[in-house]
Design a protein around this ligand. Structure first.
Ligand code: ACM
Ligand code: ZN
Length: 761
């Protein structure tokens, strides 16, 4: 009989024992190591029990003790792949059996997750048998320490998080435009100069200039050796990434001759250059994000000698068979005008700069292959021809991975759409982040074996990895917050058999997981509980109601609301709330068992049009439909610019809306809310005109205006005075501004027109 546990990732098979019962770990329980090689599993378990529960158990090697013990043993598992194990709990104790020490280590991770997620509870383990093995051989997480340096203590904590989830590859992104993070003895300037920047962009790119605060850090080789040993004891392989030929600003700031143009100043974006408080000449470590054009010169042999020197030290330090050499986002603008690069292309018969990039990568691959190592590169390494033995990391969707698998190259899937953990997991902007929207469930439902691949081709998919880029993640707590709980979801994607993956089962395990995060001191996002608030039209079609939904993972989860905001007590939410007046509503999810609340605030502007039937002559563009014409009269006026999903948008077309007020009504003013953001191809309407009618057939033109009254974030109102006119039907036309004029972003294309609300008073 199947048995439910709270283990994440979900094991391949969990069977209840025929005899029901619990084995209780007590002070007298001993840990027995059968045979040599179980030290890592044993030390991990002992440290875990000591750190989180203050429990210390005696241990023995190969003793004949048969009762009240936790046994670590070698034993053939049913599925003898690396990392497979069997875990049995019966009246005599716990038996963790693996083909190899790694399997036993994974078994210990499952045992750990059979323990209570809080201190002070008895360790009652149900009698059961777990047979478990990984689905994918590559189960990874990437951490970017180039954009923001993370301390050694956190790197170790992060490796522990991987181990707890049975993940086995830590991809360490060590170099980027904003910092070089690993000591290279042959090239000391890389860390004397390249590990530090004079400041960091303020706010979201393009930002508000630099904070002018020196930032950076690097790992000494001694620290790196220590971290590698730490990871090895957890069966985690560290793959170092040394970026080339792009993302090279920090290396070039250290050794300007690596650039095609050593004497040219580092090009800084306008927003950063405006800041003249410090010297901005010469080659600089970048202080802002994005892609930078100063890359390694592919024409000079000295560039290759340098990179070989770096890699000599990297492969001496890192035992990993795989070395990541980047390869993404390399602008070719310098190469196009560099004499040496052009000469190289001629000499090697390369037809364009993509082939020059391919030459670069293949040459470095050759160097590493001769030394027994293999390269991994981002999917751009497919452009201009794939290096003969390269593994491709597919990040721009899955297309690169699919193409590489069809070429019979190994692939690791890391598509932005499913596993870019720097993307927001909430619609609420609760902290500065790169944007996007990647909720937990979407990660959970990722399937690395693309359906475009044949069964034979899927063999080249080694597994998947999530990437944590840290442009906007400037401290370890925030790195945890963006990792959890999504990393736990990913662990089921890469470990659990496809047939065992179940979102509802994962949801069932979340309350325990969240408590375990607290135990582990892992900061985590509670976006899973975000209130899904929407405004709906009432049944009479003459008003609005506020609908609130949230996930309920425990019986203690409730939604409360206040409307209007000046009321003092929350009411328990049970059904949509009629909103009959202008005011602010607040809602919160309260979970007394997990002790947290999530708060949401909504302003309503109720007027004579609110919730009334509205029709549109021209349908909005399919990407900007919100809830159709109803969104124009739903009582919600965007306060956050276009990021709000309530906008209707038309490309090159007018908004032509007619509102039925239900009966002849006295109307004084009409307000139409719009956006003016030419940089994003969005133009305010040329003119807004109002007609009225009593029968919906014959309309009388009453007023028009081309005065835009700005409010916040490039939004603003058109206000039309009707002077107490009587009307039942109101037609409002907002004239699209037409073709975007020359000299502007999107010149020659149709302008966008955006409207989110029409208010009638
Ligand atoms: C990447 O996100 N540039 C690999
Ligand atoms: Zn060059």
């Amino acid at each position: 009989m199947a048995q439910k546990t709270n283990i994440i990732p979900e094991p391949a098979e969990t069977k209840a024992s025929i005899i029901l019962g619990h084995f209780t770990v007590n002070k007298k329980t001993q840990i027995i190591l059968h045979g040599i090689g179980h030290e890592n599993a044993f030390f991990y378990l002992s440290a875990y029990l000591k750190n989180y529960y203050d429990v210390v158990l005696l241990s023995w090697m190969d003793t004949p003790i048969v009762t009240n013990a936790i046994h670590l043993r070698y034993l053939k598992t049913a599925k003898p792949v690396t990392g497979a194990y069997t875990l049995t709990v019966n009246k005599d104790g716990v038996y963790i059996d693996g083909d190899d020490a790694e399997g036993v280590f994974h078994g210990v991770q499952s045992l750990i997750q059979l323990l209570p997620p809080v201190k002070g509870k008895p360790f009652d383990l149900p009698y059961l048998t777990i047979r478990d093995y990984p689905r994918f051989e590559y189960r990874g997480m990437m951490l970017d320490v180039g954009r923001h340096f993370m301390p050694v203590s956190f790197i170790k904590k992060y490796i522990d998080f991987l181990a707890l989830h049975k993940m086995n590859y830590f991809h360490w992104h060590l170099t980027d435009d904003q910092g070089w993070r690993i000591e290279i003895k042959k090239y000391p300037q890389l860390t004397n100069v390249g590990a530090w920047r004079n400041g960091t962009i303020i706010g979201k790119y393009p930002g508000k200039g630099s904070d002018n605060t020196r930032a950076g850090g690097f790992y000494t080789q001694e620290e790196v050796y220590d971290i590698i040993e730490y990871a090895e004891k957890r069966y985690v392989t560290i793959i170092p990434e040394i970026e080339m030929p792009g993302h090279a600003s920090a290396a070039i700031a250290s050794y300007p001759w690596l650039s095609c143009f050593p004497d040219k100043n580092t090009k800084l974006p306008e927003s950063m250059r405006a800041d003249v408080s410090k010297n901005k000449n010469g080659k600089l470590v970048q202080e802002t994000w994005g892609v930078h054009e100063d890359v390694f010169c592919a024409g000079k042999d000295s560039t290759f000698t340098f990179l070989e020197g770096v890699l000599d030290e990297v492969i001496k330090i890192f035992p990993s068979k795989f070395i990541h050499i980047g390869g993404d986002e390399c602008p070719k603008s310098n190469w196009k005008i560099c004499e040496r690069c052009q000469e190289r292309m001629k000499k090697e018969g390369l037809k364009d700069e993509h082939e020059l990039q391919s030459y670069f990568i293949s040459r470095m691959e050759g160097y590493l292959n001769k030394r027994g190592r293999s390269i991994i590169g981002w999917d751009e390494i497919l452009e201009g021809g794939l290096a003969p033995n390269a593994t491709v990391m597919s990040w721009r969707g899955e297309a690169g991975g699919i193409a590489a698998a069809k070429l019979h190259h190994p692939v690791i899937m890391t598509p932005t759409t499913y596993v870019y953990f720097d993307y927001a997991d909430s619609r609420k902007e609760d902290s500065l982040n790169i944007g996007g929207f990647l909720p937990l469930e979407k990660v959970y439902n990722y399937e690395p074996l693309a359906k475009e691949l044949s069964a034979d081709e899927t063999k080249y998919i080694r597994g998947a990895q999530a990437n944590l880029w840290t442009e906007y993640i400037n401290n370890p707590r925030k790195a945890e917050y963006f990792s959890f709980p999504r990393m736990s979801a990913l662990s089921e994607v890469v470990w659990s058999p496809k047939a065992k993956k179940s979102w509802s089962n994962f949801e069932r395990k979340l309350p325990t997981l969240f408590k375990r995060y607290d135990l582990w001191d892992a900061h985590f996002s509670k976006a899973y509980f975000d209130i899904n608030a929407s405004v709906i039209q009432n049944a009479a079609k003459n008003g609005i109601e506020w609908k609130l939904e949230s996930k309920k993972v425990s019986p203690e989860t409730t939604i409360g609301y206040i409307f209007p905001d000046n009321t003092s007590t929350y009411s328990n939410y049970s059904k949509p709330i009629p909103i009959k007046e202008t005011g602010t509503g607040r809602a919160m999810v309260i979970d007394t068992s997990l002790t947290f609340t999530i708060d949401l605030k909504q302003n309503f502007k109720v007027n004579k049009a609110t919730g009334h039937s509205t029709t549109l002559k021209f349908a909005p563009h399919e990407n900007y439909r919100a809830n159709g014409a109803f969104s124009l009269v739903n009582g919600i006026v965007s306060e956050t610019g276009l990021s709000n999903s309530d906008w209707l948008g038309w490309a090159g077309q007018d908004m032509d809306a007619t509102i039925n007020l239900g009966k002849v009504t006295t109307v004084n003013t009409i307000q139409v809310h719009s956006i003016d953001e030419p940089g994003s191809w969005i133009y305010k309407p040329k003119e807004v005109t109002v007609w009225v009618s009593d029968d919906g057939m014959k309309f009388k033109k009453l007023a028009s205006s081309s005065d835009f009254h700005p409010d916040t974030l490039n939004t603003g109102y058109y206000i039309l005075d009707l002077n107490d006119q009587k009307a039942r039907y109101i037609r409002i036309v907002a004239k699209n501004s037409g073709t975007i004029p020359a000299g502007n972003a999107g010149a020659g294309s149709p302008a966008w027109l955006f409207i989110d609300e029409i208010q009638v008073n």
